[in-house]
Ligand binder design. Structure first.
Ligand SMILES: [Zn+2]
Length: 294
């Protein structure tokens, strides 16, 4: 069976913003890459730094965001960038980043999607080598409150769902989002959904030095009466954003997935665990053809 061709961008693209947590200026440069390269990040502010593959092998534990590190060089908050690339089915791309943290932009994937679409997408000569889910499995958090169910999909597709439930009394109501991943659908339904935080968490984040430049206009802050100083782009924007995070984190597989991913209350840590289990269970080992006797 021959799968769809691998894909890269037709020309370089660039986007500049401020890091969501550290507030420093940060510029991303997206560059076309050869088939088989995958998605790799390169710190452009560190002379001599080597590209870091955006795969689970390089993920380090990090609070509230996804981070990769190699040889002491780190890139943080890559999940919204990875979601943009994965949502557009871009398999190969070198992403230069001028700071430790990717720019937060409006907290969604849309600003990345826009520059990538402007750069144009091109099919490449090699087909993808997907990871195909052939039987159901489940990962759960230690306390059993979060889960991700992974199951085969009937077609050559990937579908995601996310059930958000912070319990009664949370300023964010229980909500749900689902999508069968296709670029047009992703751009319209998922990419614009922004990251969010509870008003009750803001003081602690500020005290930790995070998000000093952020106002309620820059990301969704939920108080007891709902979203503060901002307007939701979707009624279930929070569930859509958690689904966006799942798409970004699942890109750490390093290969397109074919299957169904149904998450309940999961976050970056459990998403990473799902990637590890998926890879261990379903990754096809590349076996070289036997040599013909001379
Ligand atoms: Zn996020």
């Amino acid at each position: 069976m021959r799968y769809r061709p691998q894909r890269t961008i037709a020309s370089p693209a660039q986007v500049t913003g401020r890091a969501l947590f550290s507030s420093v200026p940060s510029t991303l440069q997206f560059l076309p890459a050869d088939p088989g390269t995958g998605l790799q990040f390169l710190r452009t502010d560190l002379p001599g730094a080597q590209p870091i593959p955006a795969t689970i092998d390089y993920v380090i534990p990090s609070d509230r965001r996804t981070a990769i590190e190699h040889d002491g060089v780190r890139v943080e908050l890559l999940e919204h960038v990875l979601a943009a690339l994965s949502g557009l089915a871009i398999d190969n791309c070198l992403i230069g980043v001028s700071a430790q943290e990717c720019p937060g932009m409006d907290g969604s994937s849309l600003p990345f999607v826009e520059v990538l679409l402007e750069a144009g997408l091109v099919d490449q000569s090699e087909p993808i080598n997907p990871i195909i889910v052939t039987h159901p499995l489940r990962v759960t958090s230690q306390d059993g409150r979060q889960s991700i169910d992974i199951s085969p999909s009937s077609e050559e597709s990937i579908s995601y769902s996310y059930a958000l439930d912070y319990g009664p009394g949370s300023p964010v109501a229980a909500q749900y989002s689902a999508i069968t991943l296709a670029p047009e659908m992703f751009v319209r339904e998922i990419a614009p959904s922004r990251t969010f935080v509870l008003e009750s968490e803001v003081a602690a984040l500020r005290a930790a030095g995070y998000g000093q430049h952020i106002t309620t206009a820059d990301l969704l802050v939920f108080g007891d009466a709902g979203v503060i100083g901002n307007t939701l782009r979707f009624m279930n924007e929070c569930a859509r954003h958690k689904l966006l995070d799942s798409i970004g984190d699942l890109a750490l597989l390093g290969a397109p997935l074919m299957g169904s991913v149904d998450a309940c209350r999961s976050g970056h840590k459990l998403n990473a665990e799902a990637v590890r289990v998926l890879r261990k269970t379903f990754a096809r080992r590349v076996v070289s053809a036997p040599r013909r006797a001379a």
